[in-house]
Design a protein around this ligand. Structure first.
Ligand code: HPA
Length: 279
């Protein structure tokens, strides 16, 4: 992807906003309602932004909402691009580099995921501690753009320990239970077979989904601190008796909405305080 493409997208967005957000937030399936809590916001539909792909999934509106959350300047992506939609990994992660150019330093990535760890229940929140990239590809394949990061990026702490501490403290203060675990990314769009779920459990995966990992890889490459949060919308195939459906995913997201909003608002507030101190 040519760097002029990122810059044209960034310039387009910058012309519409007056703030300079340092926090980015990507909202997963059914979680877009969080933007109702924002103030002073500018909404920018993805299809108006130069070089942006189009979001196609129900529950993803496909727009930037840039404004204040908990009084902190933030750029929120309401809806994301998935590999299974047919987008190239470079397109899926295009917005992450746009955020980097916008001045974002901390990226919060959320998703709905299937629970695998035996202690997990539908409706739990899981702080992502690490990931398994089972997509069989990587968004950094191709010539490396040295302006963003190195050819062979270190991946030993993709999900920032410091941001995880902030999230854990926020959850504790709010008395919202917060699980922790490894997120495994599959290509989708099919949900997993029970055998695949057993495979992921054997490999050390605690939850499974179809997003987040490409974005986290590209964010980590360009030096962003990443916080990953999964809503366990269902137990993975073969663990729960019922068949899986997107509707179930959306319904669980709706049920945990108010806790999700509270948790994210507090985390954003705390990260905002931290970046205020450290520039
Ligand atoms: N598998 C993959 N992706 C998902 C799931 C699941 O069980 N639930 C929500 N997203």
């Amino acid at each position: 992807m040519e760097s002029t493409l990122y810059k044209e997208a960034v310039q387009f967005i910058q012309e519409k906003i007056t703030i300079k957000p340092k926090i980015g937030l990507i909202l997963g399936s059914g979680l877009g309602v969080l933007t109702d809590e924002m103030t002073d916001c500018v909404t920018i539909p993805y299809e108006t932004v130069p070089h942006f792909p189009r979001a196609t999934v129900e529950g993803h509106a496909g727009e930037w909402v840039i404004g204040k959350l908990s009084g902190i300047d933030i750029a929120v992506m309401k809806g994301r691009f998935h590999f299974y939609e047919g987008h190239h990994q470079k397109q899926v992660t295009f917005p992450v580099r746009v955020m980097k150019y916008l001045g974002i330093r901390n990226l919060i990535v959320t998703n709905a995921a299937g629970g695998i760890h035996p202690n997990f229940s539908a409706g739990d929140f899981m702080l992502i501690t690490d990931h398994l990239n089972l997509m069989g590809t990587n968004p950094l394949i191709g010539p490396n753009d040295d302006r963003f990061g190195p050819r062979f990026p270190d991946m030993s702490e993709v999900y920032s320990l410091q941001l995880r501490m902030i999230a854990k403290r926020a959850a504790q203060d709010l008395q919202i239970p917060l699980q922790e675990g490894v997120y495994a990314a599959m290509v989708g769009p099919v949900y997993e077979t029970p055998a695949e779920v057993r495979m992921i459990a054997t490999l050390g995966g605690d939850a499974v989904g179809m997003s987040t990992v490409p974005e986290a890889i590209v964010a980590n490459h360009s030096g962003l601190s990443v916080l990953g949060l999964s809503v366990i919308s269902n137990l993975a195939a073969g663990i729960q008796k019922e068949k899986l459906s997107h509707q179930e995913v959306m319904e669980t997201a709706k049920q945990v909405r108010s806790n999700f909003i509270q948790l994210i608002k507090k985390i954003v507030f705390e990260i905002g305080e931290k970046t205020d101190e450290n520039g």
